[in-house]
Design a protein around this ligand. Structure first.
Ligand SMILES: N[C@@H](CCC[C@H](N)C(=O)O)C(=O)O
Length: 327
């Protein structure tokens, strides 16, 4: 079967968009999962942090389904939603849209460029829950906010929240970023363990200066990625709860792939976050996939979005310089 692919990224968190609106692929559930495993495999000519399937929706402008490289389906993906926002807005000639995701219909909007000539979208990250059942996290308490679990770390405190995919966030010092701690904790919590039966996205957050933070995330179903949009949103909220940043104020969030901006809002006692950042295209290609064995595929020549790649490199350079100065 021939499948059109657009390689895209948000802060270097990269995905393939597969358009099931304009094409009639008629994938089975199992095929979506095995395609994710095959096409995201970085030992092939492709490789990515996930697949974004774009489908028709009964109640919104489009629907997004996100599959991790291990074949698991995620309830949300913030960086991916920005890419889908761009794709859907350009497909239908819109400036804003509603995208149906697994647990919520979310607002997305074209924004002023976050950096010179960088296509920029704002996506809503919601609903937020601190109820441990929503992650799930198996503990005999209702919420975990800035607390230690000694079996996980004797040293660090964590906050657990769902946005609505599960996140485990710790505010750390520079030494923790350069140690193996995050890798060890994340591998433990994403293997068989007593706490997170479905695994969890684990983020270390380093405050840089007021209104500026650095976030690194070990993603469930992937491993360390350049950035994770829902994690940066969850982490910004945690810094606001700790008085390091302010609700309603923009926070510049640096990551290993660039930077985004997050704004935490509170309405009727519920929080939601605006995640604002690039939605960049890298190349187009067509994969001819043997659906009996999706690991067997051939590719048409990749057609690069050379100007976008060049412009994004400037944003990355800027972000790296900032981190050199403030980390
Ligand atoms: N990279 C994403 C999150 C993708 C899903 C995540 N790995 C999960 O399983 O929850 C983002 O930008 O939010």
């Amino acid at each position: 079967m021939k499948i059109d692919l657009i390689k895209c990224h948000g802060s270097g968190n990269d995905f393939f968009i597969i358009d099931e609106i304009s094409n009639t692929y008629d994938f089975t559930e199992e095929q979506r999962a095995v395609l994710a495993k095959a096409l995201c495999d970085r030992s092939t000519d492709l490789g990515a942090d996930g697949i974004l399937y774009v489908l028709k929706s009964e109640k919104a402008d489009a629907r997004m389904r996100v599959f991790n490289p291990d074949g698991s389906e995620a309830s949300m993906c913030g960086n991916g939603l920005r890419c889908v926002a761009r794709y859907v807005c350009e497909l239908f000639g819109l400036k804003e849209a509603i995208i149906e995701t697994m647990k919520a219909d979310l607002q997305v909007k074209k924004q002023e460029d976050i950096f010179e000539e960088i296509p920029t979208y704002l996506v809503e990250i919601s609903p937020v829950s601190f109820n441990l059942e929503d992650l799930p996290l198996n503990l005999e308490i209702e919420t975990l906010i800035n607390e230690k679990i000694s079996k996980i770390s004797e040293e660090l405190t964590f906050t657990a929240l769902a946005v609505p995919n599960p996140h485990f966030v710790s505010i750390v010092d520079k030494e923790h970023i350069s140690s193996d701690l995050q890798k060890n904790i994340s591998e433990y919590l994403n293997g068989p363990n007593e706490f997170f039966p479905d695994g969890v996205n684990v983020s270390f957050v380093k405050p840089l200066k007021k209104g500026h933070i650095y976030v690194r995330t070990f993603e469930r179903g992937v491993g360390f990625t350049n950035a994770c949009g829902t994690a940066m949103s969850a982490s910004t909220l945690v810094t606001c709860m700790n008085g390091l940043n302010e609700i309603g104020e923009p926070v510049e969030v640096y990551n290993n792939g660039g930077k985004v901006r997050c704004v935490v809002h509170e309405k009727n006692g519920r929080q939601y976050i605006d995640l604002i950042g690039n939605a960049s295209y890298v190349y187009r290609s067509e994969a001819d996939v043997n659906m009996e064995n999706p690991a067997e595929f051939t590719l048409s020549p990749k057609v690069e979005f050379a100007d976008e790649i060049k412009q994004y490199a400037k944003l990355q350079e800027y972000a790296q310089q900032f981190l050199k100065e403030w980390m």
